[in-house]
Design a protein around this ligand. Structure first.
Ligand code: GLN
Length: 391
């Protein structure tokens, strides 16, 4: 049999997606892969029903249906103050997953370097390798997830083609400060680097934190590719609606990459999602209030279980410290937790370049009752820390 490409042997399958399969096989409460178990907004479901009947059911314009791009440009402008041209500065993609891949393939040549903060969302490494580039890692050190300015400078001195910035950050829950972002901006300018931002959690920040879109920093629009999605904001991770927003010259090239990758996002879902993009400010305020409550419910449950964790400022993940369980293998711990405790998380090692084996990531994008039930199961960990033998 002929061999498969070397490229694919460099990275493994997604641990996040694998943990979901293991959780389902054991009937565990799934706090691994981050997606809600509650409904999207009712208006959006009604619009989806109407779109199912009325269409469109055939291909839309490859870079996104015009009415969807117009609604997205208006919404983005309203929230960031940037004025976006829906025809020349947007490509609608199949989720932010495709947006990141298309951004990387558009920005990078084989052999280029790409700066990735560690911990990172798993896809960034695969995206980098699939686009022929090579990652340079800069650590964000737990528990505060700060970075060392000199370390970042040394990474830029290797003349990377791009840096990937996830803000608010998955899995750490870090929200980069204005000063940190300005520092990154200064280096990007000095070394003429693209900044590829993953801003899918742009509407999930906890007070007093507020989202600062990287492209709004002085002079940054011209070198920023903003990847976004409707998945987290409107609780529709399965609809696969994402986008790239960038300067027209970049978008011109990205349109071709996207076209040959997927042709386009689902036409009836774009039609329906125009309704979501037109929701008033009160929707976003409600979203923050609801996630703040979920965070507090879940962190309260972790307190009751006697666990130590990082408190997120944004996104919907927290990292629980399992050092006190005295085991060096977080993957074995996560599998034990699924089987014996009935709660699924993601082993922290899958997000780190460094040998970090003492963290498990849980997400709390779930109904309060799901989080409460998970909390009750996690109570089993109290005083049972000697029971886990890593089997
Ligand atoms: N962003 C989610 C997570 O980190 C899931 C994304 C995905 O599986 N596509 O869990």
């Amino acid at each position: 049999m002929p061999k498969t490409s070397e490229r694919t042997s460099v990275f493994g399958e997604s641990v996040i997606r694998r943990m979901t399969r293991v959780a389902n096989a054991h009937g565990a409460i799934n706090l691994s892969q981050g997606f809600p178990d509650f409904d999207p907004p009712a208006e959006l479901l009604a619009a989806a029903e109407a779109a199912a009947r009325k269409g469109p059911h055939q291909y839309a314009v490859t870079w996104g249906a015009p009415n969807y791009r117009e609604a997205l440009a208006r919404k983005h402008s309203r929230h960031t103050g940037l004025s976006i041209d829906p025809n020349s500065q947007i490509v609608v993609t199949c989720g932010s997953t495709e947006a990141m891949m298309a951004a990387m393939m558009t920005a990078c040549n084989p052999g280029d370097k790409v700066v990735i903060f560690s911990p990172f969302y798993e896809n960034y490494v695969a995206d980098t390798i699939l686009s022929g580039a090579e990652p340079i890692y800069v650590p964000l050190r737990p528990p505060a997830f700060g970075f060392d300015e000199q370390e970042l400078r040394r990474a830029f001195e290797q003349r990377p083609k791009a840096i990937i910035l996830c803000n608010p950050s998955n899995p750490s829950g870090k929200v980069f400060t204005r000063e940190e972002l300005l520092l990154i901006a200064g280096l990007a300018e000095e070394f003429d680097t693209w900044v590829i931002t993953d801003e899918v959690y742009e509407h999930i920040l906890y007070a007093p934190h507020r989202h600062l879109s990287f492209a709004t920093l002085p002079g940054m629009f011209e070198r920023t590719i903003t990847c976004g999605s409707l998945s987290k904001t409107y609780s529709i991770t399965g609809w696969r609606l994402g986008h790239l927003i960038a300067p027209a010259a970049f978008i011109n090239e990205a349109k071709k990459v996207h076209d040959f990758l997927t042709v386009g996002a689902a036409a009836p879902l774009m039609e329906a999602a125009v309704t979501a993009l037109q929701l008033p400010d009160s929707y976003y305020e409600g979203l923050v209030a609801s996630y703040t409550e979920k965070r507090d419910v879940f962190l309260g449950a972790l307190d009751r279980a006697g666990l130590t964790y990082t408190r997120p400022d944004g996104a919907y993940y927290d990292m629980v410290d399992i050092s006190e369980f005295g085991h060096a293998d977080d993957t074995a711990f996560a599998e034990w937790l699924i089987r014996d405790v009935g709660v699924a998380g993601v082993p922290g090692s899958s997000f780190f370049r460094e040998p970090v084996r003492h963290l498990i990531r849980f997400h709390f994008a779930k109904k309060t009752e799901t989080l409460t039930a998970a909390g009750e199961r996690l109570l089993a960990l109290r005083g049972r820390n000697r029971l886990f033998k890593g089997a």
